[in-house]
Design a protein around this ligand. Structure first.
Ligand SMILES: *Cc1c(COP(=O)(O)O)cnc(C)c1O
Length: 474
């Protein structure tokens, strides 16, 4: 019996025989690895085949042409970068799993200019001596926000960590129980606090915290009052949170700094666009927060960064913390962030030019137009049997920002039933497309929410659907 199988396995082409037939423009190591994998797959398939079917199965599985084709597929997979662009048709604008904020061309150009050569990253050109990398965005942040000082680190989680480590190590930080949030990805305020060596002093209850709760908790051990923006959830009903202004008054009367972790941290008042109010950084400063931290790539719409702004003496202490070296921002981010910040000198311009903001504020009319364009494109490409039609949807802000907001949006719904495939299978095929496309599935329909689609995405989506349809008809 085993001999019999060995005979069949011997029909598989030899590696040495395959290698010279492969295109030489791929590295030898890749060709070899792919050939080995293809042979091993064929070998496994033969071993799994029922004895009675072995002759014809081997004929097929050991076929040199099909093995060569499989090797070339494997080579393509091996040479494809792991980090790839995807199309976001989910309608979640600040999608942390999909890289949060897309950056516009002028920001990329600012990054490229710095990336391709040397720069004055840590060199003071006026003085002709060593300078500070933090100086490049500090002035513009001070100008935009009316603060004394600013520091930028790797991300907002780093900003929280270094702020607590600098100002409250071994001392108490008073936080309302209703604000001990988990952001996701295992970022929990109490855990970060424990890491920083600060001691958490919870006050109030889940739904209600009063000024007196903070007041009663203040002692000689208190280093900081902290307010955390409830980024990704909201509570309703019988609730009470202390106003930042009142907290600032209490902090001042005891000479204790007040720090607010804003999470998203926008410079733009979204209520101007008919959305829920999301606290702006300027408001927090105005109401008396001594320090505010926020993300660069959430509502700000820039590259990943954590920004700390506020009182000069406090920011300067944070700058001197040795942790700063470990959490520091890199030069490309700095270049991108500076370009984004400059754009905020004209808020209307920022809303228009930064994709995150323009997607969030897109009007229903604009979105409907985009949906019509996509729907027509699908029909023009002969995809009418996917029954494309326009439906209304609710898109989300995402990124732990304005969680209560339901953004009225439009999607093109497609129904894969006529292709004899389920919506779940269709979702998988789109996800595994050469240019992956991420969609929502609702009631056996695929929804392509146009709020998060960029103009160039429409053709990618249409072509992927056409390829899937053609494959289904084969
Ligand atoms: C998102 C968020 C963070 C973490 O910010 P990253 O930029 O993702 O590191 C911290 N605190 C709050 C309140 C957040 O919403």
């Amino acid at each position: 019996m085993t001999e019999n199988i060995q005979d069949f396995l011997r029909k598989l082409p030899k590696i040495d025989e395959l290698l010279p037939l492969l295109p030489f423009n791929h590295p030898y190591s890749i060709r070899l690895k792919a050939a080995r994998q293809a042979i091993s797959e064929a070998r496994e398939a033969i071993l799994q085949t029922d004895l009675s079917h072995l002759p014809e199965a081997t004929e097929r599985l050991a076929n040199k042409t099909s093995i060569l084709r499989r090797i070339e597929d494997i080579i393509r997979e091996l040479e494809r970068p792991s980090l790839r662009p995807v199309v976001n048709a989910t309608g979640v604008v600040i999608h942390t799993n999909l890289g949060r904020s897309p950056l516009p061309r002028f920001v990329l150009e600012a990054m490229c200019r710095i990336a391709e050569g040397y720069s004055n990253l840590e060199y003071d050109l006026m003085a002709g001596k060593r300078g500070s990398r933090y100086s490049h965005v500090e002035a513009i942040l001070c100008e935009l926000l009316g603060v004394e000082a600013a520091l930028v680190v790797n991300n907002n989680a780093a900003a929280v960590l270094i702020t607590l480590d600098t100002l409250a190590k071994g001392k108490e930080v008073i936080v309302s129980r209703g604000e001990l949030v988990e952001i996701g990805g295992a970022f929990r305020i109490p855990d970060v606090m424990a890491r920083s060596g600060a001691i958490l002093r919870e006050v109030g209850t889940t739904n209600r915290t009063h000024l007196a709760d903070y007041q009663n908790a203040i002692s000689s051990e208190t280093a900081l009052l902290m307010k955390v923006h409830q980024s990704n959830f909201y509570i309703g009903g019988f609730t009470k949170a202390v106003d930042l202004q009142d907290l600032a008054g209490l902090a001042k009367s005891h000479g204790i700094p007040l720090y607010e972790d804003l999470g998203s941290g926008t410079f733009v008042d979204f209520s101007r666009f008919g959305m829920h109010y999301e606290p702006t950084v300027q408001d927090s400063i105005q109401k008396g927060a001594d320090l505010v931290s926020f993300s660069g790539d959430k509502l700000l719409g820039g590259p990943q960064a954590g920004v700390i702004v506020g009182r000069g003496d406090l920011v300067n202490r944070i700058k001197k913390n040795p942790l700063n070296r470990a959490l520091r921002i890199d030069k490309l981010t700095l270049a991108g962030l500076e370009a984004v910040l400059m754009c905020y000198r004209d808020v209307d311009k920022a809303v228009e030019l930064l994709p995150t903001l323009s997607m969030l504020t897109a009007s229903p009319e604009q979105l409907k137009k985009r949906a019509v364009t996509l729907c027509n494109l699908l029909k023009r490409l002969g995809l009418s049997n996917l029954l494309p039609r326009i439906v209304t949807t609710e898109a989300r802000v995402g990124g732990g920002a304005i969680p209560a907001e339901r953004l009225q949006s439009y999607a093109v719904a497609i129904d894969p039933a006529q292709l004899q495939i389920s919506a779940a299978r269709m979702e998988e095929l789109l996800r595994n497309n050469e240019y992956p496309i991420l969609v929502r599935v609702e009631k056996d329909l695929i929804l392509l929410d146009v709020r998060t689609l960029q103009p160039k995405d429409l053709r990618v989506v249409a072509e992927a659907l056409r390829n899937i349809m053609e494959a289904a008809h084969e």
